[in-house]
Each structure stands twice: as C-alpha cells, then as structure tokens.
Design a protein around this ligand. Sequence first.
Ligand SMILES: Cc1ncc(COP(=O)(O)O)c(C=O)c1O
Length: 354
Amino acid sequence: MAKKLFVPGPVDVSEDVAAKMASPMIGHRSKSYADLHARTVEKLKKVMYTSNKVFLGACSGSGWMEAAVINCVAKKALHVVNGAFSQRWFKISKAWGKEAEALEVPLGSAVKPEQVEDKLNSGEYDTLFVTHNETATGAMTPLEGFGKLCADNKVVFCVDAVSSMAGVKIEVDKLGIDVLVTGTQKCFGVAPGLAMTAVSEKALEKSKTIPHRGLYFDFQDYLKKDEKNNTPSTPPIPQIVALDYQLDKILNKEGLENRFKRHREMAEYTREWAKKNWAMFTEDWCSSDTVTCVKNTRNADLEDLKTKLSDKGYVFANGYGDLKGKTFRIAHMGDRTLDELKAYLLAIDQTLGV
Ligand SMILES: Cc1ncc(COP(=O)(O)O)c(C=O)c1O
C-alpha cells in the first residue's frame, strides 16, 4: 500500500492526475506539443496572477533558482537568508562567482521591507532574493512592499515560491515580482521533474546585458522558443500533460480561492494542534499556510516516531538540516484534505500516547 506523504514535497499525486502521465508520448516539435504548452502556460498565468512570460523547464525548482542568478545578477545580489533553502540560493550566487551578500534573519522569522530598504536605496545591489515560503522553518514572508522598493531602485526582485505557489495567493504582477520560481511537486500536486518560472520584461532586459549566461538556463533562449510555444531542449512531457489536467481541476473544479482557503484551514488546524501539544517553531505573524514547523518540546525520538508512523502508512518529516531532531514538519499542501490531516495528527498523538 502506498504510504501517505506528509513531507513537504513531493506530495501525493491524485490517481487521475498520475494516470495522465501515462498518456501516449508526443514529439515536442509538433503542433500537439505547442498546443499543450500554450494552454498550460495560459492556465499557469492565472494561478500566478501574471501576464509575464512563463517558462517550463525540465528541472526541479533549484534549476530556475540558478537561472535567476545567472540571468539577473550583474552587480551584487542581496539574499535574505532565513533557512536552508534561502541559504541554498545564496550559495548558488557564490558558486557562480557573483558578488553576493546574505541578510541573515533569525530562523522561524521572516524579513520585512524596512529591513532591506536602506540597502536597496544604497544603489549597491541589482537583485533581491527572497524565499516566500521557507520550507525548512515554516516561515512565510508577506511579500507586500518589496516590489516597489525594487522598482524604485532598478533592482530585480526574485522570489522562490517552490512550496507555496498554488496553495497561497501570490499576485506576481501586483507584487512587482520579476522572477518567480516554483515547481510541480508541492502545492500543484503533480509529480516532480517540471519547474516553472514567471519572468518580467525587466528581468528579460537585464538578462541581455549579462555576457555569460551558460546554455541550459538562458532566459533569451527560452524567450525565443516561447514565441513558438516550445522549449529550447526536451521538456518533461508527462509532467506537463498531468499539470495541464491538474490546472483545469484547480481552476475550474476546486477554484483558486477555495484552494487557498483549504490550505489556510489545514494550516490553522495544525497550528492549533501544535500549540496544544508542542510549540510552534515559527513566529505567528509569518507562519506558513502550506507547512508547519513544530518545536520538539516533548523531546520525542523523532526517528522512532517516523518508523512507527511508517508502519501506520504515513511518511513523517523530521526537521530539515540543523533543525533535525529539534523540530519536525507537517506538510498540508497539494490535494491533501483536512480530514486526512486530522487523521494523521491523531495518529501522531496515539503513537506518542499524548
Ligand atoms: C522553499 C524551497 N526552495 C527550493 C527548493 C528546492 O526545490 P527542488 O528540490 O525542486 O529543486 C525547495 C525544496 O524543497 C523548497 O522547499
């Protein structure tokens, strides 16, 4: 029996969505593919609230994170670092030899626009990197206010929404996000292997000024192929077919607002449970709607708990990186229902005799 995934990605894929991945293969330089590509991108734009270009990549979220660095950093990057995934983005900039600075924010907290205002006004930076939903700490950064600061200072605003897009409303155009990165395997409820990025005109223009953009993640190549509803190299067709189908369900069957509401309700239920039996690791004002990070105040043996929950048919998420053993995470994203979540939290209580 397949175990229920309560890890923050990959998430369980509904049977009908998974079945779409077994559709007969098509060639990617065909009209069938161009049609599939065009309609998938159009639907994605609705979920992202954007009229910017949306590119599909045969990669995980990290691929487009790297692309944002390659295509947008010419002068100096400012990375907000409040957990392992934002740290990874900073490391990508360093690995590419870019000038980069980390603005450290305590784990479990998030950045506010006033914390970056002076830096952005200084003219020293041309890019700002913010992780919307730090999956390692359960901190979700309210994104209002950053876009204007970036626009006023000709800074390219890059946002990682790998673990929040399609579970939380992120209005890309209204927020002034220049590069938004996400992937299929979390809130979209599709198998891993496809990542998506929304790229503004400003970011595309910036990319032209950067001489060495490598080959695989060059925005200019993606732009050229986008005109033909295609990709520079072979796209992950099974995932795109499944995403196309899942987007119809998201937009027309459940509805975006209902989807966001379901995620919020699951988060609220989990936070209440966490506060009753444990403690929240994340500060209240920035607690995530898609993943809850719980402090292990009972000093439970989390690896033992993981084994016992596995025997009951669940996959448990320990804390990430340095937070392993000190925290654990409850994912409530994708097509997960509140009833399934309640059953899982009860299974944790029963296993520990809470
Ligand atoms: C917030 C965040 N950013 C980036 C990543 C990396 O994404 P991927 O594993 O798809 O490369 C993850 C993965 O869990 C994530 O949660």
